[in-house]
Design a protein around this ligand. Structure first.
Ligand code: ATP
Length: 277
């Protein structure tokens, strides 16, 4: 699945960008309460509760197979919780009407580790896809938005390039531009630095920080790259496969220095030398 197909799933009828919702600025932009998630008989996560504040960069981390992507998919409504609730800007995707659901989904952007740009389309055409799906803007306006979004991620002038004609780091940035096509309030990035060298990864971190600072976008990242975590995360939650839940929550440096859990402390210390402040 790609970023675009996932946010574009709810339908195509209404054709204007979703307006910002009336929502108190000091209320959590994401509220997860008592979430239980799984597949078939297999419970992957239970008793998951946390909140994300507007403008925060929030990181979900944990070992392989602990349920990071599963949690992400439940937050963005790709899977329905077994129990519990997820509110995005105060609204519940599960109980929302189809038009409300469509509006809620327009307020979020997603990039997946495996999600790719469409290789046969230029960057401009890739960014137009969600605009064509969700809006009835004139073609020139869509091109202008594609240009603006590419400029935001440092890719002005690459509108007519194909994904294969740019580097891996540039492709990640182009995917971010596409996820921002509809001016989302929240961006969900699943392993954004995967496959990038440390320098390119650090550049992506700076881009994320800049987008948060300039546009106030809230970020939820799944990553286990410690340098990235120290560089961007305001707060993290750490999931653990054995307890099927959250074993640590807080700012990464505090967890590194003060967590009562040995495993958590050692996780945050494992690359402290090259990820430090
Ligand atoms: N669609 C699915 N159907 C059945 N089981 C699934 C599905 N997706 C994930 N799982 C299982 O759920 C568990 C958690 O997977 P998930 O991908 O959420 O973990 P993760 O923490 O993101 O792992 P990784 O870091 O390796 O990507 C794994 O045991 C996985 O096999």
């Amino acid at each position: 699945m790609t970023e675009y197909t996932e946010i574009a799933s709810p339908g195509t009828q209404d054709c204007t960008p979703a307006p910002p919702v009336e929502f108190p600025s000091d209320a959590p932009i994401i509220a997860v309460s008592d979430l239980v998630a799984g597949y078939g008989d297999n419970i992957i996560l239970k008793d998951i509760s946390f909140e994300v504040q507007r403008g925060e960069i929030f990181v979900i981390l944990g070992g392989s197979g602990c349920g990071k992507s599963t949690l992400l998919k439940h937050i963005i409504g790709l899977h329905q919780p077994r129990q519990g609730k997820v509110l995005l800007e105060g609204r519940d995707l599960v109980s929302a009407s189809s038009s409300d659901r469509r509006e809620i989904l327009q307020r979020i952007g997603i990039t997946y580790q495996s999600g790719a740009l469409f290789g046969s389309m230029t960057l401009r055409q890739n960014i137009r896809i969600p605009l064509e799906e969700f809006t009835d803007l004139p073609s020139e306006a869509m091109d202008m938005i594609a240009h603006m979004k590419l400029a935001l991620v440092g890719l002005a002038g690459y509108e007519e390039h194909l994904p294969a004609e740019i580097s891996g780091g540039m492709r990640k940035r182009a995917a971010l531009a596409r996820a921002m096509a509809l001016d989302p309030a929240i961006l969900f990035l699943d392993e954004p630095s995967a496959g990038l060298d440390p320098i390119t990864s650090a550049e992506l971190d700076q881009l994320i920080l800049g987008l948060r600072d300039r546009l106030g976008i809230t970020f939820v990242l799944v990553t286990h790259e410690l340098p990235s975590i120290y560089s961007v995360a305001d707060r993290v939650i750490m999931l653990d496969k054995r307890v099927k839940g959250i074993i640590a929550e807080g700012d990464p440096r505090t967890l590194r220095d003060n967590s009562e859990n040995d495993w958590v402390r050692s996780f945050f210390n494992r690359e402290a030398t090259d990820s430090e402040d």
